[in-house]
Design a protein around this ligand. Structure first.
Ligand SMILES: Cc1cc2nc3c(=O)[nH]c(=O)nc-3n(C[C@H](O)[C@H](O)[C@H](O)COP(=O)(O)OP(=O)(O)OC[C@H]3O[C@@H](n4cnc5c(N)ncnc54)[C@H](O)[C@@H]3O)c2cc1C
Length: 429
């Protein structure tokens, strides 16, 4: 079969890899000039490795992406970096059951209660029994309001903003169940891994058309799919496809395919999501003390949600011995930061950054800002009943994206897993 794929992120590239193994002819259309999608990186001339625009790591339990890495021969490295929480002006390491049991801000009874709740979630395997509850209500009831408000409400707020009360307990369960303190990172960064995968796919015979923003997908008189870049030319001249796979967010799909039924388009548009803004500071000095990699900011007065010192995870020798710090935020796409300049945002962040490290400003070598309007789906209760299947109402047209990943939290590992499932669904039809 001739198969067209929209998007050279990890879902699109993995689908292509699987389809090629079965002998199909694949063409991928990607709007950017490089592969990688949301895991895309950038590189200063003096760096050996690229850095993700938005912080990325995998967990050592992420089997799907690791299997793919083995297949294409790309190494991953593992570390156990320090994850801490910033509470009442103090950075407290909280990345193991022992650390939780000695956490001074909770009474002994509260620590034991919280440990029992987390232990229970780690133990149960049926998320279906949990998805009708919101994490907010269930956790307050089980672990008590004080512990929840101190540690877990900030996490939910940081990921979901004003939607934090609506998030399904199944999503929270998945984080506790599947995550490990040991983290993985691909050699050269995720960009390098994406290049390797794109190269492997091309070596197997696929065509990747970069700088190809697809505007419309139509069908000709024979039912074959035709890709239109909106400039009057077909992205791959004269090419038609027996199957079309789209890996963009749902709202983009609704606009790409005019022939989809109105009801289905309405459904696509009903999925909510939140955006992300990440600032990257390249520094001559380390920012966070005690080798902290990830610092959750559990203080609502701060204008950012996490500080992530990448070079406390990956050796700074790959970045010209400079220190790399992310200042992370998940925000509604209507937030004013989306229309503000990097300088204006840094000006707002500055007093808070200076509270944590008073001397950081004099060590800034460069700064970057990356904004993405859709970074995280809002996973509400009973989300399983909402998730759309790969098949669409149009025969031969399939979709896969972050909005289908459930109960697991979206991530490159699941993009790979869903990419494989998408390929199987497409062949089966
Ligand atoms: C802030 C942030 C932090 C994250 N942290 C992690 C992490 O630590 N670990 C982890 O594993 N994952 C993380 N993720 C998630 C991870 O990046 C995604 O789950 C994964 O990359 C999604 O891959 P995808 O292929 O499904 O989608 P995408 O990466 O979105 O790929 C879709 C592709 O389609 C292309 N496209 C869209 N519209 C068109 C069009 N009209 N024409 C042509 N091409 C088009 C896009 O350019 C893109 O390349 C993070 C994401 C964000 C935003």
């Amino acid at each position: 079969m001739r198969i067209g794929i929209i998007g050279a992120g990890f879902t699109g590239l993995t689908s292509a890899w699987e389809l090629l193994k079965c002998g199909h002819t694949v063409t991928i259309f990607e709007q950017h000039s490089i592969p990688g999608g949301l895991a895309m990186g950038f590189k200063e001339p003096s760096w050996q490795w690229s850095l993700e625009k938005h912080y990325h790591h995998i967990f050592s339990s992420d089997r799907d992406i690791l299997t793919l890495a083995d297949e294409i021969g790309h190494p991953f490295y593992y570390y156990r970096p320090n994850t801490s929480s910033f509470i009442a002006g103090e950075s407290i390491q909280l990345d193991s059951p022992t650390k939780l049991l000695t956490f001074p801000q909770l009474s002994i009874a509260e620590r034991l209660r919280m440990s029992a709740v987390l232990g229970y979630l780690k133990y149960v395997s049926r998320w279906q029994d949990l998805e009708a509850y919101t994490a907010h209500d269930w956790l307050i009831k089980r672990m008590g309001a004080h512990g929840y408000r101190l540690l877990w409400e900030p996490l939910l707020k940081s990921k979901f903003g004003s939607h934090f009360r609506d998030i399904s307990l199944a999503w929270f369960w998945a984080r506790i169940k599947a995550r490990t303190a040991r983290l993985g990172y691909p050699e050269g960064g995720f960009q390098s891994f994406a290049y390797r995968l794109a190269q492997a796919v091309e070596q197997k015979g696929a065509t990747i058309v970069y700088d190809a923003t697809v505007q419309k997908i139509n069908q000709n008189g024979n039912g074959a799919f035709v890709v239109d870049r909106g400039d009057g030319t077909s992205a791959a001249k004269g090419a038609t496809f027996d199957r079309m796979l789209i890996t963009t967010p749902n709202s983009v799909i609704a606009h790409l395919v005019p022939a989809l039924p109105q009801e289905y388009k309405k459904n696509l548009m009903s999925f909510e999501g939140i955006g992300a803004i990440n600032m990257v500071l390249e520094l001559s000095q380390s920012f966070l003390p005690n080798d902290v990699y990830w610092l959750n900011i559990c203080d609502e007065s701060y204008p950012f949600l996490a500080l992530v010192e990448h070079t406390h995870f990956i050796d700074k020798k790959y970045y010209n011995h400079h220190h790399l710090l992310y200042i992370g935020n998940y925000l509604d796409r209507s937030h004013r930061y989306f229309s503000m300049s990097k300088q204006a945002i840094l000006k707002e962040y500055h007093p808070y950054l200076a509270k944590i490290n008073p001397h950081y400003a004099s060590s800034i070598i460069s700064s970057h800002i990356f904004k993405v309007p859709f970074a995280q789906p809002i996973v509400t209760t009973n989300y399983s009943q909402k998730v759309l299947p790969f098949k669409t109402p149009i025969k031969g047209l399939f979709i896969s994206n972050m909005q289908q990943i459930y109960p697991w939290d979206r991530g490159t590992n699941y993009a790979v897993q869903w990419g494989r499932k998408l390929a199987r669904a497409c062949i089966k039809q």
